[in-house]
Design a protein around this ligand. Structure first.
Ligand SMILES: C[S@@+](CC[C@H](N)C(=O)[O-])C[C@H]1O[C@@H](n2cnc3c(N)ncnc32)[C@H](O)[C@@H]1O
Length: 209
């Protein structure tokens, strides 16, 4: 059961967990309203979607887990819950206010304010060379095609021969097109459909062909 902390007066009782969740949600919604095409969703992912993403990580595979587009940290939390070690997790978020929010919340993690389009350089700069999984919530559906292709090429590059890319999408098709899969020597499969999310989402997993 959650421990409930009360405000001073009886009529302003607010469970701490609920108020924290509301603050995070509001933060995300404001960021999304400021730049809808950069954030790519009006609401954070549900816990069910975050768990489905995290369930794609094989903890027996060596290397770092790199999360792209962490937002308010719902997937970050799920990754820690399934057993990804904090020292093995690298979190990347481009939006300044969301980066500040999660850096404050997960003070023990490596959380970088960076653009996924520079993924290989960002990882090189912190000495991360071996990747277990890139777990991405990036909003490919609203990105210009050249940007999307460039980021997907970066993801394919950094996973090397053994790592995987885990990506969710609200669309019915693979978020990496067949042409981009061929170009980046990837094969992909649908890992899970999550209906308990607004909107429902598909989680895909890609690896080298
Ligand atoms: C759809 S939201 C997902 C947020 C969170 N992971 C979730 O599932 O609720 C996409 C996130 O990706 C971030 N983002 C978008 N483009 C990015 C980029 N090029 N590099 C890094 N982060 C980016 C946005 O700021 C936003 O936080």
């Amino acid at each position: 059961m959650h421990q409930v902390m009360l405000n001073k007066t009886e009529d302003t009782k607010i469970p701490l967990v609920q108020s924290k969740y509301r603050r995070k949600r509001h933060h995300f919604i404001f960021a999304a309203m400021r730049s809808p095409f950069k954030i790519g969703a009006l609401l954070p992912s549900s816990k069910a979607l975050a768990r489905a993403m995290a369930s794609g990580v094989d903890l027996n595979r060596a290397g770092a887990v790199v999360e792209l587009g962490a937002g308010t940290g719902v997937v970050t939390h799920a990754l820690l819950q399934v057993g990804v070690k904090p020292e093995n997790l690298v979190v990347i978020e481009r939006d300044e206010s969301l980066h500040a929010l999660i850096s404050n919340h997960f003070q023990h993690l490596k959380i970088l304010k960076a653009d996924a389009i520079e993924l290989d350089t960002v990882l090189e700069n912190i000495g991360v060379t071996k990747i277990n999984a890139v777990v991405s919530s990036l909003p490919f559906l609203v990105m210009p095609q050249e940007v999307r292709n460039a980021i997907q090429a970066q993801m394919a590059k950094v996973i090397g021969e053994d790592g995987v890319i885990i990506q969710f999408t609200y669309g019915p098709k693979s978020p990496i097109t067949p042409a981009q899969m061929r170009k980046n020597h990837l094969v992909g499969k649908r890992h899970k459909l999550v209906v308990a999310n607004v909107p429902p989402a598909h989680v895909w997993i890609y690896k080298k062909a």
